[in-house]
Ligand binder design. Structure first.
Ligand code: UDB
Ligand code: ZN
Length: 184
């Protein structure tokens, strides 16, 4: 089980590298990695357990964030009243198309690997279609919008060595195109 001390922090070279494609069949180590990343998200979203283990409640975690330079990420997006909006381990995910419409979280973003607050809008695509492989090696193509789409773009960025604050306009952090939608 991962603890905060296991999460690589900004400054670690692996966070700035392009992750390597994962080959199938998965190795035992890759299966364990997938399990452990999703386990972090589940435990970190449990109010009792996150207190006990001092975990920041996470909605997504990419392999480079646990020191592994491979194209794998876990996503667990909660909705209203114990609903799960999206739960998946994404292997070799790519955005294959996206809306013209942009979107940003109204509160800006943070990152489990970034200990400081960097205020500002992170402008992303409002809707994306991603292709990825499952743990079983099945190729999936899915369409996501709003919050789940933002989370997946944040995680896919990690696989390309990009951190959320790279997208923030330094001079005008809360400047945003009038056409972009803000997500609460
Ligand atoms: C997060 N958590 O996990 F709506 F249970 C952020 C942190 C950086 C604040 C921990 C978050 O948004 N929590 C959250 C929100 C909910 C319900 C809930 C928990 N990430 C993931 C990350 O760093 N992945 O690499 C940052 C998010 C900012 C935008 C998308 C991902
Ligand atoms: Zn992050």
């Amino acid at each position: 089980m991962y603890l905060m001390k296991d999460i690589t922090r900004d400054g670690a070279p692996v966070l700035r590298q392009t992750a390597a494609k994962v080959e199938f069949p998965l190795s035992a180590a890759d299966k364990q990695l997938a399990h452990d990343m999703m386990e972090y998200l589940v435990i970190s979203q449990d109010e009792e357990e996150n207190k006990q283990y001092h975990l920041r409640p996470g909605v997504g975690l990419a392999a480079p964030q646990v020191g592994v330079g491979e194209a794998m990420a876990a996503v667990l997006v909660p909705g209203a009243d114990n609903e799960i909006l999206f739960k998946a381990v994404l292997i070799n995910p790519v955005i294959i198309s996206h809306s013209v419409q942009d979107a940003a979280l109204s509160e800006g973003e943070g990152c489990l690997s970034v200990d400081k607050d960097v205020p500002g809008y992170v402008v992303r695509h409002d809707r994306i279609t991603i292709r990825y492989q499952t743990l079983e090696g099945e190729t999936k193509k899915i369409r996501l919008k709003n919050y789940p789409a933002i989370v997946c773009q944040h995680e896919i960025d990690h696989l390309n060595g990009i951190l959320f604050y790279d997208h923030i306009n330094e001079k005008e952090p809360f400047q945003i195109d009038a056409n972009a939608v803000l997500i609460d």
